[in-house]
Design a protein. Structure first.
Length: 339
């Protein structure tokens, strides 16, 4: 288990990524922040980057950022051969869903789509995008090119909230899910979100997930459709992942504070020590992660996509080069799940 503060977590994450030596494709290969992130990635040998984009534009951008283009693998996303091969692969995968040759040719020109197919077919171990394109664009390309993992129909996301110092109430890294993709999940979707977040946490944080399904009610203290949804989600989660410690419905203090849990939910298997928080909807999760980020000073890494068959991760469009490196390292350590 990774303990301590953000420095310990990030240092161990980098060490694990360096040891894995993964090939990661960056479809936003013309973006300056991606280029700037390579100073750290290359000097520390964290992963092997592949940049997609018009070759001359990418090379010129790298030189402008002080990076020798010869140190980076560059693939021309506008190459006729690359576009035609991607179009043929998409048609092979989705012809039964009504996609035509014209549809797939248009999609195949998109570097996001090319990157997803590269990951699917083992040309790259994972992908990192979203510094320019929206989460919706990234998710759509991932679904078309990679598809969902075993037993999962819903693609969702997690933010890894990393505290600089060990927190007095919670672990130094908390998983908040889903704060980026599914606006109003059903109970089945909430259960799948919890399963995917637990799987991802094992790989990213290297500890055992303890999953709390959050609500405005704790253990029957209130009733209503939203509470019923959370209870049903827990029941389904326990069918899908009986080996994972989980409880719900819980208010967040009963999930994270042992003293409160002892009073409000004395029979809870979590006993106030949750490390994965499953929020009832996107409103709650998105508000919560931004509050914790800005008021508690936590580093928010994500949205890390979960539920896809192979690692294909998103960035905030405001991501700094440092954040790009961190999400790339997370992507590198998630590859094990796909093998």
């Amino acid at each position: 288990m990774i303990g301590g503060g953000s420095g310990d977590f990030l240092q161990e994450l980098r060490a694990r990524a360096r040891s894995a030596r993964r090939r990661l494709v960056f479809p936003e290969g013309t973006e300056r922040r991606v280029h700037d992130s390579l100073h750290d990635a290359l000097s520390s040998q964290l992963y092997q980057p592949i940049l997609l984009g018009p070759t001359k534009t990418v090379r010129d951008g790298l030189r402008s950022a002080g990076i020798d283009p010869e140190r980076v693998e560059i693939l021309d996303s506008e190459s006729l051969d690359r576009v035609e091969r991607a179009a043929a692969r998409l048609l092979e995968l989705h012809e039964d869903r009504g996609l035509t040759a014209t549809d797939t040719r248009d999609l195949a020109r998109d570097p996001l789509q090319q990157a997803a197919l590269m990951v699917r077919d083992g040309e790259a171990d994972g992908s990192v995008a979203g510094s320019v394109r929206t989460t919706a664009d990234v998710v759509r390309a991932g679904l078309r090119g990679i598809g969902t993992g075993e037993g999962i129909d819903t693609v969702s996301s997690s933010f890894y909230m990393v505290f600089e110092h060990p927190h007095r109430l919670a672990p130094s890294v908390l998983t908040f899910t889903d704060a980026g993709v599914v606006p109003d999940p059903t109970s089945e979707q909430l259960a799948q979100i919890g399963v995917a977040a637990a799987r991802a946490r094992r790989l990213v944080v290297d500890d055992e997930p303890r999953v709390a399904f959050l609500s405005y009610s704790t253990d029957g203290s209130a009733e209503g459709p939203a509470v019923s949804k959370v209870r049903q989600a827990l029941a389904r989660f326990q069918q899908l992942a009986p080996e994972v410690a989980a409880d719900g419905e819980l208010q967040v203090d009963a999930a994270l504070v042992p003293g409160v849990a002892g009073r409000k939910a004395p029979a809870s298997v979590l006993a106030g020590t949750a490390n994965v928080l499953v929020f009832p909807d996107l409103n709650a999760a998105n508000i919560a992660y931004k509050l914790v980020q800005h008021l508690a000073g936590a580093l928010a890494l994500g949205p890390i996509l979960q539920g896809l068959a192979k690692p294909y991760n998103d960035l905030s469009r405001g991501a700094s080069p440092t954040a790009i490196v961190a999400v790339a390292c997370i992507t590198a350590v998630m590859v094990e799940e796909a093998q």
